[in-house]
Ligand binder design. Structure first.
Ligand code: GAP
Length: 456
């Protein structure tokens, strides 16, 4: 049976992202830089909303979690202790003719996929980016750009424990950039060399780790569902024994049905006590925990849910993408969960008529204090609705000539395209309620569903 794929063509997403200012090829005026992408004016908002949704779910709304923001450059011993200097590598073969390198496990045949040249025997290639700290470029000054944010958490375990007064079980969350000199990149922002991770290290009493592992697998799977990802496009896959990373006792991937097939969105691993034991051994500092209840000292076990900001942003984009028909034309719409939508409200005066400008600007000024708001008065109202649909804006507020008289405006919802008319003074409160999930058809008494004001 052919492998199942998301029917959406990735090119449609890449093209929409470029056209509307979500994501651009990096350094494009110089021809771009392999697998590097820049987030534009909408992409930066979307990504910020993804981070905020994660932080809110795993830090803000929990008693047992705190956040940190560790340095990207860490003491080089960190990577010896973590096993990355020794083991963070891929077996690579090189083409003797064109010198392109390939991941040995990705190859079908025994010649170069690019030029059919002869290949070398596989060699281990470390994926960490190296650089030098200070003015002297010698081995003593080598440092690495972190390949994961996790280690910044482990080396701060004792600092956080001592200052936060948390007791087990508790976790530390971090969001930040990571760097890997990946051999095979591609599929847009799915696999890149510079990317952002959202990682949790959740410290538990040994023996309770399996229970907490199951808990976090479910918690993290549900997070994507709550943010609107279709259940049919999500699945859990347990790692086979041979696939497990050197530190992991068990691991599940949350997988998403991307256009190239089912692929990892997030990994949840039971890391046992590997990391704290390693760092204690290499640093000479005790990283054990004193359990006041039992009077024992022990090294906590760690459950690690590790997600990618860029990869989940891509999944949210793909899942939100839809084409339907509105007023006889194809409508491209991004059905983002409201929390993720880059722009929450658009202010659309019915026309550019100068009589509408003062009231429209006044409403815009008020709304932008509360929501990411856009003002758009160019082209027909229909075109402007389409533009907002295409970037996933949940609500459009239209100001018409009647608004000048009755101080009411029309609010149109993105998915249903339904409209309600309501007093301007109720606008902020109503939009806040709707953005928090109040159904759009729960209308206040004074509202009448109408499109009369638009003359339709
Ligand atoms: N600390 C564990 C760890 O880093 P990982 O499975 O290598 O585990 C976790 O990475 C997550 O980081 C992945 O599920 C993915 O979302 C993201 N990620 C990893 N490598 C990536 C890359 N080259 N480009 C984009 N995202 C990546």
């Amino acid at each position: 049976m052919p492998e199942k794929k998301n029917k959406l063509d990735m090119e449609k997403i890449v093209s929409l992202c470029k056209r509307r200012g979500f994501i651009f090829p990096s350094s494009e005026i110089y021809g771009g830089l392999g697998s590097c992408w820049d987030y534009g004016q909408l992409g930066v908002e979307l990504k910020r909303n993804v981070r905020n949704a994660w932080w809110r779910a795993v830090v803000q709304e929990r008693d047992d979690m705190v956040g940190i923001d560790a340095s990207i450059m860490m003491h080089p011993q960190t990577w010896v202790a973590s096993g990355h200097v020794e083991g963070f590598s891929d077996p690579l073969v090189e083409c003797k003719n064109c010198h392109l390198r390939w991941r040995a496990t990705d190859l079908q045949g025994d010649s170069c996929p690019d030029c059919a040249g002869e290949l070398t025997e596989p060699r281990q290639f470390n994926l960490m980016f190296k650089t030098f700290m200070g003015p002297v470029e010698d081995e003593a000054n080598v440092i690495y750009l972190r390949p994961e944010t996790a280690q910044g958490i482990f080396v701060n375990f004792d600092n956080v424990l001592a200052t936060s007064r948390k007791k087990l079980p508790f976790g530390i969350a971090q969001i930040g950039k990571s760097f890997r000199n990946e051999i095979t990149t591609g599929n847009f922002i799915f696999r890149t060399r510079e990317f952002e991770q959202m990682e949790i290290e959740y410290f538990v009493k040994p023996g309770t780790d399996e229970k907490w592992f199951d808990y976090w697998v479910k918690e993290r799977f549900d997070w994507y569902l709550k943010l609107g990802v279709g259940e049919e496009n999500l699945r859990l896959r347990q790692h086979g024994k041979s696939e497990l990373a050197h530190y992991a006792k068990d691991c599940y991937d949350v997988e998403y049905l991307f256009p190239m097939g089912w692929s990892e969105l997030e990994g949840i691993a039971n890391r046992g006590d590997f990391d704290l034991v390693q760092h204690a051994r290499h640093s000479g500092k005790s990283l054990s925990y004193f359990d006041e209840e039992s009077g024992e000292h022990y090294t906590p076990y760690v459950i690690e849910p590790s997600a990618g900001v860029d990869r989940s942003t891509l999944a949210f984009l793909i899942d939100a993408y839809d084409e339907d028909v509105a007023e006889g034309e194809t409508r491209v719409v991004l059905h983002f969960h409201y929390d993720l939508a880059p722009i929450k409200v658009a202010i659309l005066p019915l026309s550019k008529n100068e009589k509408l400008v003062p009231l429209s600007r006044e409403i815009y000024t008020e709304l932008r204090r509360h929501f990411m708001t856009q003002y758009d008065d160019a082209q027909s109202i229909g075109r402007r609705y389409r533009r907002q649909d295409e970037i996933g804006t949940p609500f459009c507020v239209t100001i018409d000539f009647q608004s000048l008289e009755d101080k009411q405006v029309t609010v149109r919802e993105r998915d249903s395209m339904a409209q309600i008319r309501l007093p301007i003074k109720e606008l902020v409160k109503t939009l806040q309620a709707k953005l928090s999930g109040e159904p759009f058809d729960t209308q206040p008494l004074w509202a009448t569903r109408t499109s009369d004001a638009l003359g339709k």
